[in-house]
Design a protein around this ligand. Structure first.
Ligand SMILES: Cc1ncc(COP(=O)(O)O)c(C=O)c1O
Length: 382
């Protein structure tokens, strides 16, 4: 990866472009006081915003349902979004992409009996950040471990999951439970009836009996990546079905994956400790990832892996794959090609990390390794 330019990106706040460390809102903003904020995260491919109009349409649906008046129209918001990207895109290296995040709150919150009154113009925040994929990239190759937390999704009767909002406490608590099982696991939150709802920042799919299945949006955000996968599956002739899914369906599926704006498709190869299918990233998942890459003209997997600085990995990996493809009949191989790939990959990423990632080590407390790792990495703004 190139130099980290995150801090040079300008933030749009209520009509002004500001350096990141000068972009400040009131401590009495309803975003802080009430978690009363709707949001969007859009990513670029090759520096172009992907499905921006759909993201802005979803944002305006969230604004309408939450009765927050943004004070600007949908076309103006599209134009503003493009301006924010333009302001910052020169900071992106050619191979790099970014997020564009919209956060819109009801503005100042005046303590009193009625929190629904909008006392001031909405607080409008738009910012870009380089898209850091390092947390997810290994999963393109080896798949992630999906785990169900104890906590259930907030029922839509209380808060409709289609409102993309920043009141994230329920998702965070569920994710804490997931990380207690496996610090790298990704959550599959169930609804109160035991059906799969979604992940804290993504939707869920599985492939079984020749059909790609995903829950409806009755307890999940209508993800734009989810819609993209459904479109791509249609083009590829893969049958799709929106239906209730329970844990049993995941245990017995051939393939499973999550979808979300930053990583697009994240394969899951284990579920609550058991392998999904044969425990490798499956052919349908790979086909969809390849089709998405074709659609946007960016090799999604290669972009993620490139950030892992795996030059040491690429050479042995390529040689091994070539050798196994060219010289070994499949029945002579002790493992499948995917298992070789995942094993090599795991071996490579288990090596000591690049010392550049530990530049802050001097001021960190040595008492908590987990904290020190967390502090050196940039959190994705989901
Ligand atoms: C709760 C939740 N579900 C699903 C998604 C995936 O939506 P999208 O594909 O539009 O990024 C997100 C994205 O942030 C989310 O926050």
């Amino acid at each position: 990866m190139g130099a980290d330019t995150t801090n040079q990106h300008q933030v749009y706040l209520n009509g002004e472009f500001l350096p990141r460390n000068e972009a400040k809102i009131s401590v009495f903003d309803s975003a802080v006081m009430l978690g009363d904020t709707v949001t969007e995260s859009t990513r670029t491919f090759a520096h172009k915003l992907f499905k921006l109009e759909q993201h802005i349409e979803r944002l305006y649906r969230s604004l309408k349902v939450t009765r927050i008046s943004p004070g600007i129209s949908m076309p103006e918001m599209v134009e503003l979004s493009l301006r924010v990207l333009e302001q910052n895109s020169s900071l992106l290296a050619p191979h790099e992409d970014c997020w564009l995040v919209h956060n819109i709150s009801r503005g100042l919150s005046i303590p009193g009996a009625d929190p629904t009154i909008q006392h001031s113009p909405a607080t409008i925040i738009l910012f870009t950040s380089p898209l850091i994929l390092t947390d997810w990239a290994p999963f393109y190759v080896e798949g992630c471990h999906a785990v169900t937390p104890m906590s259930r999704a907030i029922p839509s009767q209380s808060l409709d999951a289609r409102i993309k909002n920043r009141s994230r406490m329920a998702y965070t608590l569920a994710e804490i439970e997931v990380k207690l099982v496996d610090p790298k696991a990704q959550g599959i939150i169930l609804d109160i009836y035991g059906n799969v709802a979604e992940n804290k920042g993504g939707n869920f799919f599985l492939f079984s009996e020749g059909v790609l299945k995903t829950p409806s949006t009755s307890a999940a955000l209508a993800g734009i990546s989810r819609a993209t996968v459904l479109e791509l599956a249609g083009l590829l002739g893969i049958p799709v079905r929106e239906c209730d899914l329970q844990a049993y369906d995941i245990y017995t599926a051939d393939e499973a994956f999550f979808t979300s704006t930053p990583y697009c498709i994240m394969p899951a190869t284990r579920f609550n400790g058991l392998p999904v299918g044969d425990g490798n990233v499956g052919p349908v998942t790979k086909q969809l990832l390849a089709a998405w890459s074709d659609l946007v003209g960016v090799d999604i997997v290669a972009q993620g892996l490139k950030q892992l600085n795996l030059s040491e990995w690429i050479v042995p990996h390529t040689l091994l794959i070539l050798a196994t493809q060219k010289f070994c009949p499949p029945e002579m191989l002790p493992w499948s090609q995917d298992t070789w790939r995942a094993t090599l990959f795991r071996w490579c990423i288990a090596k000591p990390p690049n010392p550049r990632r530990h530049v802050n080590a001097g001021w960190e407390s040595k008492s908590s390794e987990r904290n020190s790792i967390d502090r050196t990495r940039r959190e994705p703004p989901l």
